[in-house]
Structures are given as C-alpha cells and as structure tokens.
Write a protein that binds this ligand. Structure first.
Ligand code: IPD
Length: 285
C-alpha cells in the first residue's frame, strides 16, 4: 500500500507537540539520572516516559510499522526494509540533565532503511525542524532551509564544525577523536587545519539541523545511533546537505553505521569532504 508521508509528518508533529511539556516541566538533576554503560552515559525517567508516550501513539496509529527507540533498543533489534519509526525521546540527555536547553525529540521514519520523514523538535526554544523526502526542509513549517542562500564552502579554515566527545571515553575511537580535534584546530605551520572553531553542543539531531540551516558548515561524529540521526538526515539532505562516512572513502553510509560526516549545502561540497577526510587521524572501528 502507498504510504502517505504528509499524513505521517503531520502526525509526528502532533506527537512531538504533545510530548514537549513532559520535557520542559521535568526537573531532572545529575543526582536523579541513572547511567547506562558508564557514568557519562545518562538516562532519566523522562527519557523512558516520553518514549512510552510516543511508541504507544505511533503503534496505535500505524500498527504495521516497526518501531525502534533508544530506550527500548536491544542488541537483537535490527533495521529492516519495513517502514520503521526511529525515535529518540530526548536527544541531548546530558544537556537535559544539566538544564542546558539544547535538547530535542527526534522522530524519523525510514522506508527500506532510508530516512523519508523527519521531525526534530526542541521544546525549550519551540523550534521545529521538519522534512519529507522530495519536498524540502523547514524550520517551523514556514522558513525554508537553509535559512539563507547557500554560499560556496570555503574550506576547513573558514569552517565552524560540530563534533561530539560522546559517552565512550576510552579505546580506539576516542583516540581518533582526540587527535582529529587537535589537528583540526592546530595552526597550519604545525600541520593543522586551523578551523574557525569546533562546537560540542550535545545533540546529534540538532547538530544535523544546524548544518541543514547553514549555521554550521559540518558535523563529524562516531558513536551515534540510528535514532540520533534518522530524522536529521532527511532534514539535512532536503536542505541540500550531504552525509558521508566519518572515515575516509565511503560516500554512501547507512543510518545504522554509527559514524558520519555531514556537510552543508553549497558549491565545493565534495572538495570539503575530501579535505576533511584528509584530516582524520586514524580510523573509527
Ligand atoms: C547523544 C547525543 C550526543 C552524541 C551521542 C548521542 P542522547 O544522544 O546526541 O550529542 O554525541 O552520540 O548518543 O544519548 O542524548 O540521546
């Protein structure tokens, strides 16, 4: 049967609206938050309650679709070709716990593993990013993304780049990040790229929306999950942005590969990707 993407978009929008107050009215603290795999991988009661509300609504309305959510994921969960809602009830949980208002609900629909609808809603700022494949990306349904006409990319040395430290603070991948961050920032005389700056804002979905809006030139990360990127992915692509592997070489990564480089729209995108890949120190596993 045909899937009505517009109807799904509108439904996801209403669900996000309904869930928003659960986040803004909560009073999480660093004391009340439990942790998953270590002391910096946080989860709160609100994460679980918001996912419960969202999954109940989505399963009732679309009983034939699959559902993957951060808080109910298990290692045996697999993404198939079936239409699948991919949901992060709170992306930016660490921010949420610290009352730093860079937090969102990320609601995506993937069909044949490809993101087709995306809603990213920050209930603190009331900003809604959304996209339907083939129909453009929007802020608050009226402002088309990017927010200004895309200027040519001027290379790493003029770039503002989002990166994330992630919750894994050991092992190969953490070393790749540490070394690459340093190289991106270091002076050219010392072999660096001397980017304008790096930002580590704490939400993968909002980072993707920032790149889609043209406010960030790129976002590079390893360690994020499909629910962190599914919604933002279609928003970025519909805004003219491009998403490739964080490791050099793969121009067509899948949403469940857990490492990505997102680049904003604009002339010189591929050259920018090549230049960035040239700065990656090591290889993510
Ligand atoms: C995390 C955030 C963080 C990113 C991690 C994500 P969560 O999501 O997006 O910025 O570095 O990879 O897992 O745990 O807050 O939903």
């Amino acid at each position: 049967a045909d899937i009505n993407l517009q109807e799904i978009h509108d439904f996801l929008l209403s669900v996000a609206h309904e869930a928003g107050p659960m986040i803004t009215s909560a009073h999480p603290s660093t004391a009340s938050s439990g942790s998953k795999k270590n002391s910096v991988d946080l989860v709160t009661e609100t994460d679980r309650a918001v996912e419960k509300l969202i999954s109940t609504k989505l399963r009732n309305q679309y009983p034939n679709f699959e559902f993957i959510g951060e808080e109910t994921y298990t290692p045996s969960t697999t993404l198939t070709d079936t239409p699948t809602f991919i949901v992060d009830p709170i992306d930016g949980t660490t921010n949420f716990v610290h009352s730093y208002p860079y937090v969102c609900i990320s609601l995506g629909l993937a069909v044949k593993r490809r993101p087709m609808v995306g809603i990213v809603y920050n209930p603190f700022t009331n900003n809604f990013y959304s996209a339907i494949r083939g129909q453009g990306a929007f802020l608050n349904q009226t402002q088309k993304l990017p927010l200004r006409p895309a200027t040519p990319l001027e290379g790493l040395e003029k770039a503002l780049i989002a990166v994330e430290w992630g919750s894994d603070r050991s092992g190969n991948d953490f070393k790749v990040k540490e070394k690459t961050f340093a190289r991106l920032c270091r002076r050219k005389e010392e072999g660096g790229a001397m980017v304008h700056s790096l930002r580590s804002l704490g939400s993968a979905a909002l980072n993707l929306c920032g790149v889609a809006a043209g406010q960030l030139d790129a976002y590079w990360e390893a360690g994020c999950w499909a629910w962190d990127v599914c919604a933002g992915w279609v928003i970025l692509e519909e805004a003219g942005g491009m998403i490739v592997d964080a490791n050099p070489g793969n121009w067509e990564p899948r949403i469940d590969e857990r490492k990505h480089l997102a680049v904003r729209g604009g002339e010189g995108q591929r050259e920018f990707v090549e230049q960035f890949w040239g700065c990656v120190e090591g290889t993510f596993e």
